[in-house]
Design a protein around this ligand. Structure first.
Ligand code: HEM
Length: 90
């Protein structure tokens, strides 16, 4: 039972990191860039996008780290796990 709770939490973190990274990218491309382009002068837009991307980059690095750590933990819990990126289990 404890294993199920632990697996649920790390799986949730794994998925949260995925949607934060990919969802952030989609929001930036489809919503933020076009809205800023429509409402701001180019120099101001450049400044805004620079500030946004600086923070977004930090988020992406944190998400990648979380994905690798939680992904490794999810794998280790599986009885069929044979090692990091070992695809030998039929
Ligand atoms: C070292 C890196 C990673 C490892 C070891 C890893 C490992 C895993 C494992 C073991 C699962 C569970 C699979 C299952 O139960 O069928 C999983 C699910 C998932 N992973 Fe990763 N992962 C890694 C990186 C990533 C990255 C970079 C992304 C996305 C950008 C990602 C997105 C997902 C998603 C969306 C699921 C859920 C899939 C589903 O439930 O069908 N993972 N991962």
């Amino acid at each position: 039972m404890n294993n199920i709770i632990f697996l649920s939490i790390i799986n949730w973190i794994h998925l949260l990191a995925t949607v934060s990274w990919i969802g952030g990218m989609i929001t930036n491309i489809l919503i933020l860039t076009s809205s800023a382009g429509e409402t701001l002068e180019p120099p101001v837009m450049g400044k805004l996008m620079g500030a946004v991307m600086k923070r977004y980059r930090t988020l992406v690095y944190a998400c990648i780290l979380l994905l690798v750590v939680t992904g490794d933990l999810i794998s280790r819990i599986n009885p069929g796990y044979e090692g990091f990126f070992q695809l030998t289990n039929p």
